[in-house]
Design a protein around this ligand. Structure first.
Ligand SMILES: CN(C)C(=N)NCCC[C@H](N)C(=O)O
Length: 276
């Protein structure tokens, strides 16, 4: 079988340097405050990701980190931007709640019109739980985002929102268990065991040709990846995903974000996409 021809399209990303990253509390099973974090290494790994995006021709905007918010490096959680409209976040845990205002004020200061920016009513952790395909917005629930946020997103963006129930605490956000590979073609990769039986059936119906990840690759946070339609940047430890991606015509790019994994996030968590 010949691989589908792929093309990348230029993206605009929002990232936040891990200048104050640390693990001082635990709000997901990956976080162990007794394990030290090597901050210079975390910064170097993050810079490598930022530079890789730029080298691939993408634009990276920067959010100023706040010393009181050690998880702010996980910029994907701060908002969801689709069609130039911004749905702000409302965090489930008090430790992260002030990040939401920092994101909203960034959008207001950077030219987004007031009517395109929404302060949300219901708990949603941005692109941690919202994934955008050509036809739908996939929306995770079960650990962080409220199912009520799914209706709110559908009204705000005017796109069909498909709710998916997460059942394994290691995969507490949708973007730890599913990655959109081609947002022009409704193509994804995911780890079925992270979802309830009903949600698994929905995924199988919507994405019959999806790339299915093994437990090993999911446990390396291999699905916490970012695709520009051709290049797929993913944790380098998810070795089992590289060949299946190549067979489909993608170019996998392994990244080492090992220090940030101590906070429970990797490539996608660090990357919020600003969709025009
Ligand atoms: C998978 N994406 C965007 C994420 N899954 N974000 C990482 C959040 C990590 C943070 N310590 C937390 O537990 O909220």
């Amino acid at each position: 079988m010949r691989p589908t021809p792929r093309t990348s399209s230029p993206r605009r990303y929002l990232m936040c340097p891990p200048a104050h990253f640390s693990v001082t509390y635990s709000i997901n099973p990956w976080m162990d405050p007794t394990k030290p974090v090597d901050l210079p290494l975390a910064l170097a790994q993050w810079e490598d990701l930022r530079d890789r995006y730029r080298a691939l021709g993408h634009t990276v905007e920067l959010l100023t980190p706040d010393p009181a918010l050690p998880d702010m490096v996980f910029a994907a959680n701060g908002a969801t931007v689709v069609g130039g409209r911004v749905l702000g976040a409302r965090f489930a845990h008090a430790e992260r709640s002030d990040e939401a205002a920092a994101h909203l004020s960034w959008f207001r200061r950077n030219g987004w019109p007031e009517e395109a920016v929404r302060l949300p009513e219901h708990v949603n952790e941005g692109e941690g739980d919202f994934a955008v395909t050509a036809s739908w917005i996939l929306a995770g629930r079960g650990f962080r985002s409220s199912p009520l946020a799914h209706g709110e997103a559908q009204e705000f963006f005017g796109r069909p929102v498909i709710g998916l129930e997460l059942v394994d605490p290691r995969y507490y956000h949708l973007d730890t268990a599913l990655c959109v590979l081609d947002d022009a073609r409704d193509e994804v990769m995911y780890y079925p065991a992270a979802f309830s039986p009903g949600s698994r059936a929905v995924l199988a119906r919507l994405f019959p040709d999806a790339l299915i990840a093994t437990e090993e690759d999911a446990a390396a946070l291999g699905l916490n990846a970012v695709s520009d339609g051709l290049h797929v940047l993913l944790p380098q430890a998810a070795v089992g995903l590289f060949e299946p991606l190549r067979q489909r015509g993608f170019e996998p790019v392994g990244m080492d974000l090992g220090e940030l994994l101590k906070g429970g996030g990797s490539v996608k968590c660090c990357t919020q996409e600003l969709r025009p």
